[in-house]
Design a binder for this molecule. Structure first.
Ligand code: SF4
Length: 341
C-alpha cells in the first residue's frame, strides 16, 4: 500500500536517470554513464507550485520527463495522487500508465514546435481526448470550453497554428494540457520562448487557472524573477542533484548554498540606482560521467575546504534548525551569503 502526506500530490524520492556511454564496434561495451539526474527528492503540495531552477544541463528537464515517464528513470520512486489513488509512476505500464498520465500533463517550452502546423486547433487540443476515447461531439464541446478558459475565442477552433502569435500558441498548449482535467501540470520553461511583454500574460493565466481549478505545478525555469513570481517552493539543481530546497522567500533572501547565491546575483534589481552585484563563477563544471566524490560544486566554490573534496554533503538544514530550508553544503547556514531583497 503506497502512502504519502495528505497535503501532497507528488512525492519524488531518490530519482535517478543515467544515460549509458557506450564504446566498441557494436557499442556493446558500457564505459560509463552520464548522471543527468542523480538522486533527486522533493514533494509538491496540492494546489501549490514547486520551481526547479539551475543552469542549462543541470537535469531540470530530464527530471520533469522522468516524472511524467516520457523517459524511463534508472531508479527511484515518483508517488503521484491520481483520481484512483496513489500510484508509483516509475512502476506503471500500459493502460495504468495512460490512465495516470491523464492526471499529470505537460506544457512545453516552445509553442512554435510543440503544435502540429498541419492540424487545426480543434484537432490539436482534442488529441488527448481522442486518445482517451471521448466521442466527437463531447470533444468539440470541451475544446470550445477550453479555448474560453485560456482566453481565446471558441470560433478560433478551425484556424491553424500559423495564424496565432507566440502568446496565443502557448495558451493553446495550456488548453491542450488541461483537456483531460489534470491535477498536476509540469511546465517546462513555458514562457522562455516568448516576448517579455507576453510573458506576464501567460504567467498570470497560469496563476488564474491554478486559483480556479486548484491545479498543482512543477515549474521549470531559468529566469529567477519569473520563478519567484510563480512558485511557493524552489529547488535549485546543480549537476543532476538538488543543492538547495526552500520556501521561495527564504531561498531568495537568505540562500544557504554558494551556488544559489551566485545564481541570485544575476537577478536584475528593479531599482536602477541600486549597485549591481554580479558574482562570476570561476572554474570548470565537473564532468558528470563519473561518480563525484565530495561536493560537486567544489571546483568552482570560493568557500571550498578540505572536507568539500573528500565528503559529499547531504541535503540538510546545516547549522540552522529549520527543516524547511535545506542545502547540500558542509557549511550551510554558517556562510555569509548574499541574497536578493
Ligand atoms: Fe562550497 Fe564546500 Fe559548500 Fe560545496 S560543501 S558548496 S565546496 S563550501
Amino acid at each position: 500500500m503506497l502512502s504519502m502526506p495528505d497535503d501532497c500530490i507528488l512525492q519524488v524520492t531518490d530519482l535517478k536517470k543515467h544515460f549509458p556511454i557506450e564504446a566498441g564496434f557494436f557499442r556493446r561495451k558500457k564505459i560509463g554513464a552520464v548522471r543527468a539526474v542523480d538522486g533527486v527528492s522533493f514533494s509538491v503540495e496540492t494546489g501549490r507550485t514547486l520551481g526547479l531552477v539551475g543552469e542549462s544541463g543541470c537535469g531540470k528537464t530530464t527530471t520533469a520527463r522522468a516524472i511524467l515517464r516520457a523517459l524511463d528513470p534508472t531508479s527511484g520512486s515518483v508517488l503521484f495522487r491520481t483520481r484512483e489513488g496513489i500510484v508509483d509512476m516509475v512502476k506503471l505500464k500500459g493502460p495504468a500508465l495512460k490512465g495516470a498520465r491523464a492526471d499529470m500533463q505537460m506544457v512545453f517550452q516552445d509553442p512554435y514546435s510543440s503544435l502540429n502546423p498541419r492540424l487545426p486547433i480543434m484537432d490539436i487540443i482534442a488529441e488527448p481526448l481522442k486518445a482517451h476515447g471521448y466521442p466527437k461531439k463531447e470533444r468539440e464541446e470541451r475544446v470550445k470550453e477550453l479555448l474560453s478558459l485560456v482566453g481565446l475565442r471558441p470560433e478560433y477552433a478551425r484556424r491553424y497554428p500559423h495564424s496565432f502569435s507566440g502568446g496565443q500558441r502557448q495558451r493553446i498548449g495550456v488548453a491542450r494540457a488541461l483537456a483531460l482535467r489534470p491535477a498536476l501540470i509540469v511546465a517546462d520553461e513555458p514562457v522562455s520562448a516568448l516576448d517579455v511583454s507576453v510573458q506576464a500574460q501567460v504567467l498570470n493565466l497560469l496563476l488564474d487557472l491554478q486559483d480556479r481549478l486548484g491545479l498543482s505545478f512543477v515549474f521549470i525555469g531559468h529566469d529567477l524573477s519569473v520563478v519567484r513570481y510563480l512558485c511557493d517552493t524552489v529547488a535549485v539543481m546543480y549537476l543532476g542533484k538538488i543543492v538547495e530546497l526552500a520556501a521561495v522567500d527564504a531561498l531568495y533572501e537568505e540562500p544557504r548554498h554558494p551556488y544559489t547565491s551566485t545564481l541570485l546575483s544575476a537577478v536584475p534589481d528593479a531599482d536602477p540606482h541600486a549597485p549591481w552585484r554580479r558574482d562570476i563563477v570561476k572554474g570548470e563544471v565537473t564532468g558528470d560521467e563519473r561518480e563525484i566524490v565530495g561536493c560537486s560544486f567544489e571546483p568552482r566554490c570560493p568557500y571550498a575546504q578540505e572536507i568539500c573534496r573528500n565528503q559529499t554533503p547531504e541535503l540538510s538544514s546545516g547549522t540552522v534548525q529549520d527543516s524547511t530550508h535545506l542545502a547540500a553544503c558542509h557549511f550551510a547556514g554558517a556562510l555569509d551569503l548574499e541574497g536578493v531583497s
